[in-house]
Design a protein around this ligand. Structure first.
Ligand code: IPM
Ligand code: MN
Length: 376
């Protein structure tokens, strides 16, 4: 028996999460797994009505649960950053979900935008650090001279480097944001990446950074990567700069096995990863704390313009559900879901709009359940 928090969220969130839950329930039923779902209303609608985002009391409740299953947050009626930071990022940080695991896998039957690339060529994992880097939320934005202390320091730093003149007295603006990497923070996620490679029988781990420019934070990241890699002599290692890896994801995706990356670069390269695996409609992710509460979600957003139209692809959410079961130790139930998805995609009879079909969100969910039942 598992207790799982369900946060459908905004936009297409409720529609896709409904299908994900349906599929998880069908697979669980077969394996005698009982899931006790607790649904939470958090998202734009709830915020606009009550002013509440993700209250501590709810986080406390979820802390006693086994996992969180999330649709998507984001709504044009709310200024960018509020829902993202106060719901999604708040949960990732609160539960210390330091791993963001994002499989990049091209399933058979899914159109790939890369010429001459097949499912054998695109099958790897991105392990994104999920609690540090530029996501820690430390920074400032200044206009005028109210916050003199910090400003003087910044002004001096800036003057030594940059030729452009700015004059805060004349209301010109300045903003900065700090990225932070800690040794233990890098160690735990890099270690996880190597363990994942070992578990999956993958013999290469690629580290992503921009250590040629951001020498402090990514210099430390590199040092830690090198140090951890010595504990895995059978696994080949390499460094790639983030700009270069975007090129290699397109040119030679078959090269990659496990890619480990700091938070922000991980955010960027996994949208590219989603494209080469056939689109955001397929790409799933898990925010994982191996010792705590993990949260699973599609990597796409709330797609407000498709809200209520029943055209969104629920596959990413369904696959995130499979990842959740896998993480809970329900490996067989996870596998039947993935196999069922694989069959639906390769058969191609039922396909959502993003994949060139005209099936509804619900029809895709139902078809996955059908395939799942057949295989049991
Ligand atoms: C993602 C999203 C989030 C991120 C946003 C919504 C905060 O883009 O999960 O990739 O930047 O991590
Ligand atoms: Mn993103």
């Amino acid at each position: 028996m598992y207790n799982i928090a369900l946060i459908p969220g905004d936009g297409i969130g409720p529609e896709i999460i409904k299908e994900g839950k349906k599929v998880i329930d069908a697979a669980s039923c077969r394996y005698g797994i009982k899931i006790n779902w607790t649904e939470y209303p958090f998202g734009a609608e709830h915020y606009l009505k009550t002013g509440e985002l993700l209250p501590d009391a709810a986080l406390k409740e979820m802390e006693a649960m086994d996992a969180v299953y999330l649709g998507a947050v984001g709504d044009p009626r709310v200024k960018p950053g509020i829902l993202e930071k106060e719901i999604l990022l708040k949960a990732r940080f609160y539960f210390d979900q330091y791993i963001n695991l994002r499989p990049i896998k091209l399933y058979k039957g899914v159109p790939c935008p890369l010429k001459d690339k097949n499912p054998e060529d695109i099958n790897f994992y991105v392990v994104r650090e999920n609690t540090e880097d530029f996501y820690i939320g430390i920074g400032g934005r200044f206009k005028g001279v109210e916050q003199e202390d910090n400003l003087e320091v910044l002004r001096e730093l800036y003057k030594t480097k940059i030729k452009v003149n700015f004059n805060l007295e004349q209301e010109e603006e300045l903003a900065y944001q700090i990225g932070l990497i800690s040794r233990p923070g890098a160690q735990r996620v890099i270690k996880y990446a190597f363990e994942l490679a070992k578990k999956k029988g993958m013999n290469r781990v690629t580290s992503v950074d921009k250590a040629n420019v951001l020498t402090n934070i990514y210099g430390l990241w590199r040092d830690v990567f090198e140090e951890i890699s010595t504990q895995y002599p059978d696994i080949e290692t390499e460094f790639s700069f983030v700009d270069a890896i975007t090129m290699w994801f397109v040119r030679k995706p078959e090269w990659f096995k496990v890619v480990v990356t700091p938070n922000m670069f991980g955010d960027i390269i996994t949208d590219l990863g989603a494209m080469i695996q056939g689109g955001l409609g397929i790409a799933a992710g898990g925010n994982i704390n191996p010792e705590g509460v993990s949260m699973f979600e599609p990597i796409h957003g709330s797609a407000p313009k498709y809200k209520g139209k029943s055209i969104a692809n629920p596959i990413a959410t369904i696959l995130a559900g499979a990842m959740m079961l896998d993480c809970l130790g329900e490996v067989k139930a996870a596998k039947v879901i993935e196999d069922a998805v694989e069959k639906v995609l390769s058969e191609g009879k039922v396909r959502s709009h993003d994949l060139g079909g005209d099936s509804s969100t619900e029809q895709v969910g139902d078809e996955v359940v059908e395939k799942l039942k057949l295989s049991l």
